[in-house]
Write a protein that binds this ligand. Structure first.
Ligand code: GDP
Ligand code: IMO
Ligand code: MG
Length: 434
């Protein structure tokens, strides 16, 4: 790389290994889990850098459907080590259940490590999350109710409890008491508020099981890079749910964008080699908040049924709409996207026409940008593409897709300014067209 400053010597990166980031471009559920399962064989480590059990990453193998919540989606690829990074928030119960479930299907769970700096999400965080949602009434965010927001609030409020705290039972017990004390007024209104003594007992028991997996995350990741290992950084949620740049306040509470991978894994930006965005060929959203390209129910139903658009975590029907190029271009900038992997192309088979939102307009007809997303009366500019009737699930080469499907993909690349590197054409593990 050319020297960028005439006063300083040229920069030479010493790291031998690199980080490739794979993340969601929309509002989550883009199919990241399957993509990471596919790519994992080329990496020494697959590492989650944010979120918690609000995520549900599914991988289908034959009739078996695995929905990973905290463990990275490289779980079925034996050569990959799996790391849960410092940027995550962890429900100990969910993680232990997941380890049990993976162990039962023959996955070697000794290759799973958890950063000591990750935060713990306690049942009282979930109770606070649910109480706050009730209090918001009609403007509820529609969270997953898992306590994700309150756990991140505790981290920045500097009263959070980390996975590393599991090493010291006496101090841990005191921290749990203090944390619950600080939330007493919020918990008083929660009908099913968890009891302090139960939480302490459960946490101490969980600590015994989890401690063999706890590592110094900064050393773990950076020593891997120094050895020359490559790391696949797995995003959770999606760009439009980012706490800073998403459709605030209808977002999650973590940094879901590419920058979040550096913070969430404890690496310098120079280690990042590429950023790949996973994007559905249409668009979905779970929970409240603006969704400019959303379709009215009658039309959305066709996509919802064909795409089985029901949440992995909560079972809620996902809201469905057309691909939104305005938000995709925004995501390309925020993440520095190098390429796209388009999923669920098969779901569009059989539609007479496929819509694509290319712009927004204010109610008075003047052009609007992504920042106007929640504005009353916002209009969308939609271009319609001819549909195709062929089933594409067996297609493995993009050149063999129906010409209308290829034209639509070309348009997606063109309108977002990011090349399409791979296309997913079905839920099965190998259903990708290159
Ligand atoms: P993630 O959170 O991004 O990992 O995505 P989810 O697993 O929550 O949701 C994606 C859903 O779509 C899952 O049920 C996948 O099995 C399914 N899926 C992923 N890719 C495709 C695809 O190309 N075609 C179809 N029909 N389903 C897909
Ligand atoms: P994956 O990783 C889709 C949404 C919730 C809600 C908002 C805030 O499977 O793509 P939270 O519980 O995080 O405080 O909820 O974010 N949400 C997701 N939507 N996929 C996800 O994860 C999500 N994680 C959170 O529905 O609107
Ligand atoms: Mg999901």
């Amino acid at each position: 790389m050319a020297n960028s400053n005439t006063l300083l010597p040229p920069v030479e990166h010493k790291r031998a290994g690199s980080v490739d980031i794979v993340l969601g471009v929309q509002w989550g559920d883009e199919g990241k889990g399957r993509v990471i399962d596919l790519l994992a064989k080329d990496y020494a480590v697959v590492a989650r850098f944010g979120g918690g059990d609000n995520a549900g990453h599914s991988i289908e193998v034959g009739d078996r459907k695995l929905a990973l919540r905290i463990v990275p989606s490289g779980a079925l690829v034996p050569s990959a080590k799996l790391h849960v990074g410092a940027g995550t928030v962890i429900s100990l119960r969910t993680l232990l259940d997941e380890l049990d479930a993976l162990g039962k299907i023959g996955v070697d769970i000794s290759r799973i490590s958890v950063s000591d700096r990750a935060q713990i999400v306690f049942p009282f965080h979930a109770a606070v999350d649910q109480a706050m949602e009730r209090a918001r009434g009609g403007s509820a965010i529609g969270t997953t109710g898992r306590g994700i927001g309150p756990a991140y609030v505790d981290r920045v409020g500097r009263i959070g409890i980390t996975v590393g705290d599991l090493r010291n039972p006496a101090a841990l017990t005191e921290k749990i008491r203090q944390s619950m004390q600080a939330k007493a007024s919020l918990l008083a209104g929660a009908p099913d508020a968890p009891r302090e003594e139960d939480i302490i007992t459960d946490t101490l028991a969980a600590a015994k099981r989890l401690l063999p997996h706890v590592v110094d995350g900064v050393a773990y990741i950076n020593e891997a890079l120094e050895r020359g290992d490559n790391i696949l950084a797995e995003g959770a949620q999606g760009t439009l749910l980012d706490v800073t740049y998403g459709s605030y306040p209808y977002v999650t509470s973590s940094s879901t964008i590419a920058g979040g991978a550096c913070i969430g894994l404890g690496i310098g930006p120079g280690a990042v080699r590429s950023v790949t965005g996973v994007v559905k060929a249409y668009c979905t959203r779970v929970g409240g908040g603006p969704f400019p390209s959303e379709l009215p129910n009658a039309e959305a139903n066709a996509l919802r049924e064909a795409g089985r658009e029901f949440g992995v975590v909560t079972g809620r029907p996902r809201r469905c709409g057309w691909f939104d190029a305005v938000t995709a271009r925004y995501a390309a900038r925020l993440n520095g996207l190098d390429r796209l992997i388009v999923t669920k192309l098969d779901v569009l088979s059989g539609l007479d026409r496929v819509g694509l939102v290319t712009g927004y307009r204010h109610a008075d007809g003047t052009p609007a940008g992504v920042e106007s997303m929640g504005e009353p009366g916002l209009q969308t500019e939609i271009e319609y593409h001819p549909g195709w009737s062929e089933n594409v699930r067996e297609v493995r080469q993009v050149k063999n897709l129906p010409s209308a499907a290829r034209a639509y993909l070309d348009r997606l690349a063109n309108v977002t300014g990011v090349p399409v590197a791979l296309v997913s054409v079905g839920p099965e593990r190998t259903a990708f067209a290159a």
